[in-house]
Design a protein around this ligand. Sequence first.
Ligand code: URA
Length: 433
Amino acid sequence: MRMYDIIVKKRDGGELTKEEIEFFVDGYTKGDIPDYQASALTMAIYFQGMTPEETATLTQAMVDSGETIDLSAIHGKKVDKHSTGGVGDKVTFIVGPLVASVGVPVAKMSGRGLGHTGGTLDKLESIKGLEIEMTKEKFIENVNTHKLAVAGQTGNLAPADKKLYALRDVTGTVDSLPLIAGSIMSKKLASGADSIVLDVKTGSGAFMKTLEDSENLAREMVNIGNNLGRNTVAVISDMNQPLGYEVGNANEIREAAEILQGKNVEDLRKLSLEIASHMAVLAEVFSSYEEAYSALEANIENGKAFQSLRTLIEAQGGDVSMIDDLDKLPQAKYDIEVKADKDGFVSEIDAESIGIAAMYLGAGRATKEDQINHGVGITLNKKIGDEVKAGEALVILHSDEEAAQASVDKVMEAYTISGERVEKPTLIHNIIK
Ligand code: URA
């Protein structure tokens, strides 16, 4: 088999066989196929697309290129959750304890990564003492005992994707639906879950800006999951503004804990219950969405969901008093109000700019070596549709510097205030199964 023939076949619109896709993924991972041929093929895929069978085969080949995590020693159906990424997205900290409280086993492997705020692990490390490095045996034991554990990702998962994603990044071939879907799903499938709920974001702060693109990506991912024997459901949710009111690390943990204690931050609570309900149905703990939703809601009201968060923290050596008394979480030195310059209604909040403003404060990493400052972050006082008067605070910056001018400017850039009344955006656009 020759790589040249595979490139020409795809360039001319042909459908690649399983053997051809495996030849490419295997050869590229080992270094036998050079970057220039891999980039020619990804460009051909960019223009010609892939059939659902080709996409599933590509994904499986990327999974098989490295280690996979074996969760079979965990009792029950393991359901994972993945978000395509957004600002203020602390849903994992809510749905993990929530679904664990109704008996769904949650074996969460998470990363750090670069971003406007820390990754899941960084945010959790706002809690003093919380240990995210543990042996595989301990991880499995914790899930079997407490239904929930969160650990740092170990192992060499989907190395073919790692290499290919880096290549796509510099050759203009990231924006190909089958390649994005295969890339995301290869990492999820290698992590060992039986079923997956995807939170596909849509809007100005999302990877996919239009609803149509988000739905197409969701369909590709659901097809891959179902083709490879994992029940997969995608929730398409809005990212035209940050989710909830807190953006940062410790303050996102605080907001998640408050939701579990029954606080009604409308968008965040609703999306968390939606995702948790689909997870509980896929785990076969409930037979219907409605049944799952009301049981989960009841566990917020009766305190079981919050107790499940406490158990997670205790089991992993964290200081649970920081969750019982949220004022004990790390806090920044200064609170700086960023004020509206006119009367009106908030019509837009560019989520990405809010994320960048948080990163300027030190909430995220610009390079791998950067340290996260857990106490800094942003509290939004106003969201889309809210009325505002000139001089009223739009947000509060939690900063360790007295004047955080770059962040203030970025927040002012993020907010648009209109003279006309504005509707609140729809939160959940579609469910794709
Ligand atoms: N995120 C991924 O993991 N892969 C892509 O291709 C795009 C976004």
